[in-house]
Design a protein around this ligand. Structure first.
Ligand code: F6R
Length: 616
């Protein structure tokens, strides 16, 4: 949550900062702001409530010159979304400007302390306290900017990625991180530096990136090698990583929204995800993570999956596959609960963190806890070089490309595919799945991208069906077995994008409560593709029909029985039941998308949400 971006060098900073903010807007869009250092020790600050485009409009007629600047797009934690609470925040003497992603947990004590020293505050944010503290240290102890930032951060508890500029020293930016991401892009011969919450805003200028680690503070000064120190004043050698991102993936490419593009991208993304891993001709799955940590993985006594939101739903599918094929028990935990409830982690446990962003604060904390307790930490992450990826002992990238729409779509299918490959490979290595069964799945998985295309070809029908859901106030989503987590995911998509209250349930649970909600106004979406519980779910559908519920069903292409009962059906191609979620989730993503568009809502940036949840 919150995105920060910065530039120092020979180019005009403003266009780089604004473009960068647009790329980071998925992290929050409550307000945006920019601080630019121009010549003559001048600092111009512009802020607006709401989106980056509001900031652009309000800054259009103003002085936007300067080769140094920092900028911010906010997801409010402390203080309502307003121009006053927008970053950058400025020190009382007007010298320093600071942008921050994270939470200063002891801000209230620090604020009282600073008020006692005569400081006054304009905003209700925790961030303003930090910039005043840095000024206080500069005034009191005569420290330079880097020294004052280090001293201030030693007094801070909480999470931060910050960038600070000083208009009296318009030749440097000081940045620091703890528990919130920060990456620095290095220009040729150190003639310029870029900084951002992730690589997306800066990758078009440089591929040379340094990911700051927790407790590191860096000085960015033109013409000088980047200097990194820890808060204990130890020197750190910057580790430069080559990062490459296909820039096309950062644009909408003709689609009206990123979400729609990302839904349609899934056949290609899944091909990327399985490339070099699923060798269909040789009937093999090759995962370097398994090769490198063979013993620990094959002898795992239990897997514990920690994740949040959509990634947690993928984890529920992974559990069923690992238990079915590898016969190893799996627990799936909400990371936010796991980290605070003294979980039992035993030698032999392997903890799998699933995360698109690789920055989700709770998932990262749960993972770190597991690491402290000696578990092997296995990451299933999309964003290369992210915090969870770096905290992993080993793992598998989903490789589905940047996901910009706030609602996760291609990340989910990527996670499910990686879990499928992992579970199958594990079962195969352990000899707990027969060679014939293994080969059958390998072949089927290689067909998934083509089958996904077939599902997407029915988008016009899906759109028509979605129209009927537009005026619903509530919806139920039902599934069984592998389709139960798909039902949860469909309900989550609908509520987060179209603001319709939706509940996902295992269909048999319906009789234990939710069926009381069913009447002629209640849409009930059944994920009823062919699998061993098909007959059972058919009875559940009959039960809803008997109570006049409006049934929409996702079915397998040759289905007759459900089609005869349901108000509307969407088909997926026949596939093996275990891998059906990779197909059955697509119509549910499309339904949520179309309903939101019909309602005129902001699909890519739904209210109150941010893509990368870096606060707990
Ligand atoms: C829902 C959604 C969220 C995320 C959750 C975890 O569409 O996007 O529920 O799945 O915030 O995020 P990651 O996967 O980045 O850890």
């Amino acid at each position: 949550m919150c995105g920060i971006v910065g530039y120092i060098g020979y180019r005009d900073a403003y266009p780089i900062l604004i473009k960068g903010l647009h790329r980071l807007e998925y992290r929050g869009y409550d307000s945006a702001g920019v601080a630019l250092l121009a010549g003559d020790h001048k600092m111009n600050i512009y802020k607006s409530k709401g989106k980056v485009s509001n900031l652009e409009e309000s800054a259009a007629s103003k002085d936007i010159s300067g080769h140094i600047g920092i900028a911010h797009t906010r997801w409010a934690t402390h203080g309502e979304p307003s121009t006053l609470n927008a970053h950058p925040h400025v020190s009382q003497n007007g010298r320093l400007a600071l942008v921050h992603n994270g939470i200063i947990e002891n801000y209230s004590n620090l604020k009282t302390f600073l008020e006692g020293k005569g400081f006054t505050f304009k905003s209700s944010t925790d961030t303003e306290v930090l910039v005043q503290l840095i000024q206080f240290i500069q005034d009191e102890y005569g420290k330079d900017l880097e020294g004052a930032v280090v001293s201030a951060l030693r007094r801070v508890t909480g999470a931060y990625a910050i960038a600070v500029v000083d208009k009296e020293n318009p030749d440097k930016i000081v940045v620091a991180r703890k528990s919130s991401p920060l990456v620095v892009g290095i220009g040729e011969d150190h003639k310029e530096f870029f900084l951002a919450s992730d690589a997306l805003p800066i990758v078009e200028y440089t591929k040379q990136m340094v990911y700051l680690n927790d407790g590191e503070v860096a000085l960015l000064k033109v013409g000088q090698k980047m200097e990194i120190h820890t808060l204990d004043n130890e020197d750190v050698d910057p580790k430069i990583k080559e990062v490459d991102v296909n820039l096309d993936t950062l644009e909408k490419g003709g689609y009206e929204h990123f979400m729609l593009k990302e839904i349609y991208d899934q056949p290609r993304c899944i091909s990327d995800c399985i490339r070099g891993r699923l060798l269909a001709d040789e009937k093999k799955i090759v995962l370097s993570a398994i090769n490198q940590h063979r013993d620990r993985l094959l002898r795992a006594s239990r897997f514990i999956i920690v994740a949040c939101g959509t990634s947690w739903h993928a984890g529920l599918i992974g559990k069923q596959m690992i238990e079915q094929w590898a016969k190893i028990p799996v627990d799936v935990e909400y990371a936010s609960e796991f980290r605070y409830r003294k979980p039992v982690i035993q030698p032999g446990d392997v903890v799998i963190a699933i995360s698109q962003s690789g920055e989700t604060a709770d998932t990262l904390a749960a993972f770190e806890l597991a690491k402290e307790r000696g578990a092997l930490c296995f990451g299933i992450v999309n964003v290369v070089g992210s915090s969870i990826a770096r905290a992993s002992d080993t793992g598998i990238y989903t490789h589905v490309g940047p996901e910009i729409g706030v609602a996760s779509t291609k990340a989910f299918t990527g996670q499910v595919m990686v879990l499928t490959l992992f579970a199958l490979a594990l079962g195969h290595e352990l000899g707990s799945i027969s060679q014939m069964e293994f080969e059958k799945y390998v072949t089927e998985l290689s067909l998934i991208p083509e089958k996904m295309k077939k599902v997407l070809e029915q988008d016009a029908l899906t759109k028509d069906i979605s129209r009927t859901l537009t005026y619903a106030r509530n919806a139920l989503y039902m599934g069984r077995g592998f389709n139960y987590p798909v039902a949860l995911e469909g309900a989550l998509k609908l509520k987060e994008i179209s603001y319709i209250h939706a509940e996902g349930y295992p269909a048999a649970e319906m009789k234990h409560g939710p069926i009381a909600l069913v009447d002629e106004n209640m849409p009930v979406v059944f994920v009823a593709t062919h699998h061993q519980l098909y007959k059972k779910i058919l009875s559940n559908i009959q039960e809803v029909k008997a109570r006049n519920g409006r049934i929409i069903a996702i079915v397998t292409e040759d289905d007759e029985a459900v089609k005869n009962i349901a108000e509307a059906t969407i088909e997926i191609p026949a596939t093996l039941p275990v891998v059906a979620p990779l197909l059955s989730v697509l119509p549910l993503q499309l339904i949520a998308y179309h309903v939101a568009v019909f309602k005129g809502l902001n699909v890519d940036q739904p209210r109150n949400l941010a893509k990368s949840v870096t606060v707990e």
